[in-house]
Design a protein around this ligand. Structure first.
Ligand SMILES: [Zn+2]
Length: 290
């Protein structure tokens, strides 16, 4: 089963809802970046959120970036998504090993610790939109909930979960985002708060075999849930040798000269997908002259 996002509304469109299964994309990220379990969980949660938040954007060419800069051993996470379900990302340090928390839970908050979450939306305008907030728990779902409330003035509930197998592969990954529209009635808000306080965790719901539709049905089934559409989503990197060349052409000439003078071809890796591109001296010289 491949990954997809479900978009829905509830309570006469006063709630909008998103859910995703993200197992394949998180497993692809894990293999590409060789992430340790706690980083698989951290990056996986941010990828699942990024996929859903990307799908909230309206423009064909809009690009969303979620960036966490933090003092914990993970150092940082970056995820970029478009509005078509394509998402990619990396951790600044993919190899963090921390003891699990109670109940064997991976310590994502410990891997991130204190930091800043930035949400950058490039909608083709002169300046991108940038919203920022301090990390609240470093568990990512709570941090995004806080971001939506403070930066976008949108009361939201965010649930994200990644379950890692003993061998390090991804067993389950997914999440949901619920957002209240300004005209949501107090009655609906109260009922929803109660529901969210009582409901199962995302990983438990995925372990019970619930699809994204099933997750939304479980939370919003008696709120008049209406599924709007579904959208395929995947880990996808659009890097190419041409793009990496352009990046190389922006480093300073002196550094490029040093590489050329070393006389050996170099390998440049795409930071988003870790794909390696080889550059021969002649190619580096051409970039230097361009
Ligand atoms: Zn790439």
């Amino acid at each position: 089963m491949s990954d997809y996002i479900v978009r829905a509304t509830a309570a006469n469109a006063s709630i909008r809802a998103f859910a995703v299964n993200a197992k394949e994309m998180v497993e692809t990220a894990r293999i590409d970046h060789n992430t340790s379990p706690v980083i698989t969980a951290a990056l996986g949660r941010l990828l699942a959120a990024g996929a859903m938040m990307g799908s909230m954007m309206k423009g064909e060419k809009d690009v969303l970036t979620l960036r966490i800069q933090c003092s914990g051993p993970a150092k940082g996470l970056t995820v970029t998504a478009d509005s078509h379900g394509n998402v990619k990302g990396f951790a600044s340090n993919p190899d963090v090993d921390l003891p699990p928390k109670a109940q064997g839970k991976l310590d994502v908050g410990g891997a991130l610790d204190l930091g800043v979450l930035s949400v950058i939306k490039d909608m083709g305008l002169k300046e991108p939109y940038v919203g920022q907030c301090q990390l609240q728990t470093g568990e990512i779902a709570e941090d995004l909930t806080y971001y939506f409330a403070t930066s976008e003035q949108t009361p939201s509930a965010v649930g994200l979960g990644v379950l890692v197998e003993k061998d390090g592969s991804v067993k389950q990954a997914g999440g949901f985002i619920l957002q209240l529209m300004p005209y949501t009635s107090d009655e609906v808000i109260e009922k929803l708060e109660k529901r969210i306080a009582e409901m199962d965790t995302v990983t438990n719901m995925l372990e019970r075999g619930l699809s994204p539709e099933g997750i939304l049905e479980e939370i919003l089934g008696d709120f008049g849930l209406e599924i709007t559409d579904t959208l395929d989503t995947q880990f996808y990197c659009d890097c190419s040798k041409a793009k990496v060349s352009r990046a190389l052409s922006t480093i300073n000439k002196k550094d490029l000269d040093d590489i050329i003078n070393d006389g050996e071809s170099i390998e440049v890796k795409c930071q988003f997908c870790n794909k390696a591109y080889n550059f021969e001296i002649e190619e580096l010289k051409a970039i230097r002259e361009a």
